[in-house]
Write a protein that binds this ligand. Structure first.
Ligand code: VG1
Ligand code: CO
Length: 542
């Protein structure tokens, strides 16, 4: 039976950079998840009888939430729900599935790189029929609806069995439980030369993939060890755990430290990679060389035609504003446009739909292409493997050659986590003011050329997004960017992005933090980080 349950609005259901993320106990508050799901459906039109894809990254509360989503979706009149077995779908696999079956949209349950477990984080994101995260127009409508909602509709039928493949019904809705990996693997075989990668592994090439106890485990086992014949043991931490084994499933130099240490040791295999909670990020480390995500994007763009799916060339590239300009140099050489968008994958959707860009990326270890509408961790690893299979060079040699051709954008991000929210907002306000007076000022060897609060005008739908981060740009291509995270759940997180360009003829072999030392010091001073936030060192350096 379908029930209508009276409810009261929660004031804090504003979606951030990537959906609504809150601590698990908040999502467990009676009505909290229900309200948000109903508000999503109330903001959409024309889905009666249509298909909704549902899946998540397997974190704590995933299984309970899948049931709530299924029962509310059935009560609201969806014709069919396609759910990943066990409630599992990586974010890219969900995007691929939405597109492949022509679904109306999808609900992805994930807080991605945020920690999991009873005291960790949970999240909900709505993706549109094109497969990508809902654009701001929709997330704004959802937020508006959460403020007035007074009832939700829900089926009181018993729980759906999400652990058995096959078809069932819930009220009048068909429920289909599908293998989370099959369709995704199929799509990957259309993009990459699996034969060449298999030959690479057969020749003795060794890799380590760290799934961080998160959602990519089943994908990585099936694709790398299964389809591509990488040896057993290639994938580590390959079983998704509700609390990610107590770790932070964020593939960076802090949380994927074991992988980094291995890759810098004499026992290092040829190639190391890791992905995050929901499988949309990628960390790439060669033997003896960490490839910064912004560099990885540039190297992939420069070599993409080596993979069959991109052999016809790139229509354009896109990067989020804080991502380094490394890919801009590649785009220039290729004679294609490079678009600069605000942080968050939702801003790439229109460019990909309109055929303006083929590859996209973010400095936060997200890379992807027009094959789906999310960033895609396993895809990025496969593209690297395809390139390595063709070039038969080490990652280090490929990176060095790249810098020798295009120059090197030394790059780092310093995060100040869980700082006081109002102090962080005051810091940003002061910086915004300072953008008016900074241009022309000189700090040691650095002269400010321009400063602004980044605003984006979408060339496809004409929408505008303001206040996307403070940029301080220096003569010669150096840059400091400040923004507040839109995915954190406690206090605020200040992200400081620092970049310096070195010509191909310059010193390309410096240690990154040393190469950026003067800019790092200036970034602290300009924003008054110690004075305002009481922090002298960042929580995480990537
Ligand atoms: C962060 C990253 C951003 C990414 C977002 C979602 O956002 O900086 O580049 O798109 O996470 O990634 P923020 O607002 O905290 O800086 V994921 O893998 O957590 O879905
Ligand atoms: Co993610």
């Amino acid at each position: 039976m379908i029930k209508t349950v009276a409810t009261r609005p929660f004031a804090d259901q504003k979606p951030g950079t990537s959906g609504l993320r809150k601590q698990v106990p908040v999502f467990q508050t009676p009505g909290y998840l229900e309200n948000f799901i109903q508000a999503i459906f109330d903001s959409l039109e024309g889905f009666a009888g249509k298909t909704l894809v549902v899946g998540g990254d397997g974190r704590f509360f995933n299984r309970e939430a899948i049931q709530v989503v299924a029962k509310i979706a059935a009560a609201n009149g969806f014709g069919r729900l396609v759910i990943g077995k066990g409630g599992i779908l990586s974010t890219p696999a969900a995007s691929a599935l939405i597109r492949a079956i022509g679904a109306f949209g999808g609900i992805i349950l994930s807080a991605s790189h945020n920690p999991g477990g009873p005291e960790g984080d949970f999240g909900v994101k709505y993706n549109i029929g094109a497969g990508g995260p809902a654009p701001e127009k929709i997330t704004d409508a959802i937020f508006a609806r959460t403020k007035t909602i007074d009832a939700y509709r829900i089926s009181d039928a018993p729980d759906v069995d999400i652990d058995r493949l096959g078809t069932a019904t819930l009220e009048k809705t068909t429920i289909e439980i599908v293998d989370p990996v099959a369709q995704y693997l199929e799509l990957m075989t259309t993009l990459f030369d699996f034969g060449a990668i298999r030959a690479l592994f057969a020749s003795g090439f060794r890799m380590r993939f760290d799934a961080m106890h998160a959602v990519t485990g089943p994908y990585a086992h099936a694709i790398f060890e299964g389809a591509l014949g990488a040896g057993a043991g290639t994938v580590v931490n390959g079983t998704p755990l509700p609390d990610f084994g107590g770790h932070h499933p964020d593939p960076n130099l802090t949380y994927a430290r074991d992988l980094y240490d291995l890759m810098m040791s004499p026992q290092a295999p040829d190639f190391g990679a890791a992905s995050d909670g929901d499988g949309d990020r990628n960390l790439i480390i060669g033997r003896g060389v960490y490839v910064a995500p912004s560099d990885s994007l540039a190297i992939l763009a420069a070599n993409a035609t080596l993979a069959p799916g991109y052999a016809r060339g790139l229509k354009g590239v896109a990067r989020s504003m804080p991502t380094s300009a490394a890919v801009d140099h590649v785009a220039e050489k290729l004679g294609v446009r490079c678009y600069e968008t605000p942080t968050g994958w939702k801003f790439f959707g229109n460019l990909l739909d309109a055929g303006l860009a083929t590859l996209c990326g973010e400095e936060s270890a997200g890379t992807g292409s027009d094959h789906i509408r999310e960033k895609d961790g396993v895809w990025a690893v496969l593209l690297w493997l395809n390139i390595l299979a063709q070039r038969r060079q080490s990652v280090l040699d490929i990176a060095r050659e790249h810098w020798g051709t295009y120059g090197r954008n030394y790059y780092t991000r310093h995060d100040f986590d869980e700082v006081d929210l109002s102090a962080a907002q005051a810091l940003m306000t002061a910086l915004r003011e300072a953008t008016k007076t900074l241009p022309g000022r000189t700090f040691g060897a650095l002269t400010v050329e321009a400063a602004d609060d980044f605003a984006y005008h979408d060339p496809v739908d004409g929408s505008d997004s303001a206040h996307q981060g403070i940029r301080v740009m220096f003569a010669g291509g150096s840059r400091i960017v400040y923004r507040l995270s839109g995915t954190g759940t406690v206090g605020a997180t200040l992200r400081v992005y620092i970049e310096r360009y070195e010509q191909p003829s310059g010193d390309l072999g410096e240690e990154t933090q040393a190469a950026l030392a003067d800019l790092v010091a200036l970034s602290r001073e300009l924003a008054g980080i110690e004075k305002r936030l009481g922090r002298t060192t960042p929580s995480v350096i990537t």
